[in-house]
Structure formats: structure tokens, C-alpha cells
Write a protein that binds this ligand. Structure first.
Ligand code: FES
Length: 169
């Protein structure tokens, strides 16, 4: 005598099989669409790439203002945005490329723009001051140094990457 409880009928077998195959095919169709829709959101900004800014032999001990463009990806929207750096060699001959964005509230700093604060970066919004190396001067509003761009020199050309905080440095 056979145990009918443990047997699967032909109809049940077909149901299970078709449901399984249908589910698999549905997932195979939907997964790429979900990936396409979500992918740009996961990518984030593209501005980690290094961008040519100037020739190495043009870098002096005096900060020079250099503007360059970086690609930016924001979701599905790609654009080019301007970046600015103050580029020079410090007293040790090391290249420094400083962001002009004040670390207090984000205004733009200028180099050597005030007679009374010569050889300093000055922020006109709240009288923020930084020394030549971009280090914030005590008792002025900024609480950390100007951010510095990552850089690399290849074949005599200076490339800048992302501006990073030097707070921990
Ligand atoms: S934003 Fe520069 S000092 Fe306030």
C-alpha cells in the first residue's frame, strides 16, 4: 500500500515547477532594471580623479591662484564644476595646494589681500586669518587649517585630486 500523503500529484509538481521557473525568470528580468535605477546613486562623486592644473616649473614660493574643472556626478546628473587652489612651495620646498574655502563658514579666502595682515590668507566674512601654510591663526573664527588638495606630479605636470581636511595631520 502506498502512502498517498507523501506523494506529489502531477498537478502539484507542475505548479511548483512553473512557479519556481516563473519566479526565477521574473527576478532575472527585474534585477538589471533595479541595478540600472540605483547604480548612479551608489556611485557618488567622481571628483576623486586627478586633474592637470599647471606645470611643475611654474610653481613658486608665492601662492598662485589656479582654477580648474572637475567632473561631478550627482545621481543621474553629470556636470563640470570649477575648483580653485592656492598653489605654492612651502619653506621646505614641498608643494602645497590649498582650498580657498574658509573652514569657518565657507566663504572664500584671499592671499595677501590686507595690508595689516601681509603674507596671510584672509577671509573677509568674519575676519578669519590663516598663515601662509593655511594654518588658522588663534583667536580668529576658523577652527582648523584650510583644506589641502591631494596632488601628484607626473612628467613635470601638477595634478590635483580632492581637498582634504588637515585637522588630524
Ligand atoms: S566664513 Fe571665514 S571667517 Fe567666517
Amino acid at each position: 500500500m502506498t502512502d498517498k500523503k507523501n506523494q506529489v500529484s502531477r498537478r502539484q509538481f507542475l505548479n511548483y515547477t512553473l512557479t519556481g521557473v516563473g519566479g526565477f525568470m521574473g527576478a532575472a528580468l527585474v534585477a538589471p532594471m533595479v541595478g540600472f535605477a540605483v547604480d548612479p546613486l551608489l556611485k557618488g562623486e567622481k571628483d576623486t580623479d586627478f586633474v592637470y592644473v599647471m606645470d611643475e616649473n611654474e610653481i613658486t614660493n608665492e601662492p598662485q591662484r589656479k582654477t580648474f574643472k572637475v567632473d561631478q556626478v550627482d545621481g543621474w546628473y553629470e556636470s563640470q564644476v570649477d575648483r580653485t587652489a592656492w598653489v605654492f612651495r612651502d619653506e621646505n620646498g614641498e608643494i602645497l595646494a590649498l582650498s580657498p574655502v574658509c573652514t569657518h563658514l565657507g566663504c572664500t579666502v584671499d592671499w595677501n589681500s590686507r595690508e595689516e595682515f601681509s603674507n596671510e590668507f584672509f577671509c573677509p566674512c568674519h575676519d578669519g586669518r590663516y598663515d601662509k601654510n593655511g594654518v588658522n591663526i588663534a583667536d580668529t573664527p576658523p577652527t582648523e587649517p584650510l583644506h589641502a588638495y591631494e596632488y601628484k606630479v607626473e612628467d613635470g605636470k601638477l595634478y590635483l585630486g580632492k581637498a582634504k581636511s588637515r585637522k588630524e595631520a
